[in-house]
Write a protein that binds this ligand. Sequence first.
Ligand code: ADP
Ligand code: GLC
Length: 473
Amino acid sequence: MRVAILSPEAVPFAKVGGLADVSSALTKALHAESVDSLLILPLYDQIDRSGLKLFDDELGAFWRGRAARVRVWQSDELVAPAYFVEAPRYFNRGKIYGDADDHERFAFFCRAAIALARKLDKPLDVLHCNDWQTGFASVEMKRLRRHDQFFAPTKILFSIHNLAYQGLFDPQDLWWLGFSDEKNVFMSNGAASALKAGAMSADALSTVSPRYAREIQTPEQGYGLDWLMRARSDRLAGIANGVDYEVWNPETDPHIAANFSADDLSGKLECKLDLLRRFGLPQEPERPIIAIISRLVAQKGYDLIRDAARGILDTGAFFIALGAGAKEYEDFLQSWHDVAPHRVGIYKGFAGEPLAHQIEAGADLFLMPSLYEPCGLNQMYSMRYGTVPVVRATGGLDDTVQNFDSTTGSGNGLKFGPYSAPAMLEKIREGLYFYNQAEVWKTIQQNGMTTDISWSAAARKYIQLYNEMPGPQ
Ligand code: ADP
Ligand code: GLC
């Protein structure tokens, strides 16, 4: 089975959030299950080209009324091939998203990606699109396969990693982008929506956890598209992400101060001391560290942390935050650090992967008080590293974390329900109460470290979905 994964991000090439981890891990995990998987990405200027080889130097892609010539590069770093569409005009921006012409940039990417798929030796069995940036490819494939035999067998899966980002733009642009015939599938509340069009055109939909698949069918979490999610609910699967054990493994991780395992957690102390040093905090290892790594956006629950800031410090814990995003939250972190420089360590900005690993390894509790969370990855990385996640019961956080029950000793983390600072604080305090009982704490840590959250289980669910979803009508 040949599956092309289209994504705007993938590690180790280009990353803004979890989609990057998922795109690469799924491509690799499918390959390991004998799927002929390949990944297609834009060639952003930040990508190191030294490891790439030229795959095609004159791919013809129809664009804005004429045939554009595009160069395509290839990397074998993931074992399965990754292809990169070069377009300096669109992708040499010094950033991945955030320009007024993002819809044009990714419409171009999709056109070129399909032209690339057309040139491969074998047709695709599945075109697997991810998020709004690839919605144009879903539309284009549906159109092409009606009259192009090469694509006649190709099924289209559209995966939603975050329904809140819909790629909205002025419908007038549909004309010169070459999608005027599909205006109806794009139109959503007066704007053109790349996500809606992608979801409408696909043969099946998926999202990144079973609970989020249910949540997006409700007006509260449907961002204006809950009607579509309900209408397509028989074709909407929820498959939770996994963890790439090659990348996130405390036994072999090259980024951390000492390796450790579920059987021998002793190295974690060295990681903790190293983390305190990195954030300029005093070497007081008996004090627990609560950490967070996330985009600084309302989704991630920073309002709760701001409201509970005082209460968190009153517990006696250190707080370490790594995040980039909205200025209001960066300012909050800065002011929190300024009032308690010996207790609050911050890194504002997007750090390289090593720092994220060092935080996961050195922290005791990992906080994810998300307002909503399609899946979330750091709660699972935390479990792998014996760092106990404290999460709000929403989306994939609810599916992947089981609240610890001290009477039975079962559960791999701590979960609270209401989106409120007092509820979060109460759960943190409960966590610290367990932290102070070494044996109980070790049980929670080991429960997390031995939970099977590998990608291979998720990859097999995708393969089943690819096989069972309907094809072209
Ligand atoms: P989302 O995709 O919504 O941002 P996820 O939990 O799925 O949330 O994934 C976030 C990913 O991005 C994780 O791999 C996390 O370590 C990483 N990450 C988030 N913010 C930063 C940052 N400022 N620096 C480095 N890595 C970050
Ligand atoms: C999105 C979601 C996050 C999910 C990630 C990967 O960015 O916000 O919850 O883990 O995609 O699927």
